[in-house]
Design a protein around this ligand. Structure first.
Ligand SMILES: *Cc1c(COP(=O)(O)O)cnc(C)c1O
Length: 374
């Protein structure tokens, strides 16, 4: 039985051409024409002045925090409902994450809880050093409210748009709101360079400085001179060739992911026991993954039972992100909770959503879900 993947790489026509060009011209280095072209495509697409392509989204987050001067004992307010990679880089800076729960409309950071956390931390004499908001599964967070709070309290905002390339909030692209944003091109994201990421900003000075830090903080002199700690975080020109080709097909990939969401919703949305997650007015999701919630009336743990059942048919599904305030590695961290992300984790499931999934396999997934439901 052929495996039905959750989300697997989907190459277009041109990726190989650009990679071959890198070989033909011997630009097999972490800089070169593909890197420049890929960064230009990204900055035009996201609508930001500067983009720095990097070896991972995690590295991009680390650099973003470094650019803000995040240091030991600083507090960073981070969305709890997300992949651990959103918060790991906070610990690389010896800073402390404080987790903020989600609201139900977008499943992302709850602005009310965010403000409560800021007030509470200020009362303790600790002004948070940054806010890390995530657009999870491609759904934009409530950016008007969150950006207003960040501005009112003068706290810099970092946008983790790793899952949200192509999503937009009131017509403005995710990754263009914060002081900095990050993207990921890991293997299962909406487009991939097999591994890679990017830092975005409208402040070109930030991108220039980040590029310097990502290249081992090498001073512009003819010998190796270093006045700061650097990192080796640049994206290879070979991989940027894949990214270039992927950017050409990104609009098609988004259309297909959205079509997959609609297909599942049409087939399963009327059962009464499966709930779909509609876009609030003005928000556009790339529908990176189709996520569903199972009604509590069909019993707790149904999501895991169905996952095990579908696995028998070689269909890959996955639990929603386990909230970071529940992760053993972050057990000592403060969090501001309202129960939303806990409930999402307990009742949700991600369905196979790759843009290369065949119609036949989509039918198979729906058939097996319906059969198991009845
Ligand atoms: C994938 C992902 C990251 C990390 O990106 P990598 O390129 O895998 O390092 C960070 N945050 C979120 C929300 C992600 O989904």
């Amino acid at each position: 039985m052929e495996r039905v993947w959750l989300s697997s790489p989907h190459m277009g026509e041109m990726e190989k051409v650009y990679v071959a060009e890198a070989f033909a011209t011997n630009w097999v280095a972490p800089l070169g024409p593909n890197v420049e072209a890929f960064e230009k495509q990204l900055s035009e697409y996201v609508g930001v002045k500067g983009v720095l392509s990097l070896s991972s989204g995690t590295g991009a987050l680390h650099l973003a925090l470094k650019m803000l001067g995040i240091k030991r004992d600083d507090i960073v307010l981070c969305q709890s409902f997300t992949f651990a990679a959103s918060a790991f880089p906070i610990t690389y800076c010896d800073a402390t994450p404080v987790f903020i729960d989600s609201e139900r409309d977008t499943w992302n950071m709850d602005p009310e809880l965010l403000e409560k956390a800021i007030k509470d931390q200020l009362k303790k004499g600790k002004k948070p050093a940054a806010i890390m908001v995530v657009h999870l599964y491609g759904m934009p967070a409530k950016m008007d409210e969150i950006a207003a709070i960040a501005q009112a309290y003068d706290i810099p905002l970092i946008e983790d748009a790793a899952e949200a390339l192509g999503s937009s909030y009131k017509g403005k692209a995710c990754g263009s709101f914060g002081k900095m944003g990050i993207l990921s091109f890991n293997g299962n994201k909406i487009i991939t360079t097999s591994g890679g990421g990017a830092l975005t900003s409208n402040d070109e000075a930030i991108i220039t400085k980040a590029r310097f830090l990502a290249t081992q903080a090498r001073e512009p002199v003819p010998y190796y001179l270093h006045k700061e700690i650097g990192y080796n975080y640049r994206l290879s020109n070979v991989l940027a060739g894949i990214g270039r080709g992927q950017m050409e097909v990104l609009p098609q990939r988004i259309d297909r992911r959205r079509e997959i969401f609609d297909f599942y919703k049409n087939e399963l949305g009327n059962s009464g026991s499966i709930h779909f997650f509609d876009e609030p007015e003005g928000l556009f999701s790339n529908r990176w993954l189709t996520t569903v919630l199972f009604d509590k009336k069909i019993g707790t743990g149904f999501n895991e039972k169905l996952r095990v059942e579908l696995e028998k048919f070689n269909i890959e599904t996955r639990a929603l992100w386990k909230p970071l305030h529940q992760q053993p590695v972050f057990a000592g961290c403060d969090s501001y909770n309202n129960g939303v992300s806990d409930e999402l984790f307990e009742t949700g499931l991600c369905l196979p959503s790759g843009s290369n999934i065949s119609g036949e396999n989509l039918e198979k997934v729906v058939y097996e879900i319906k059969r198991f439901l009845s």
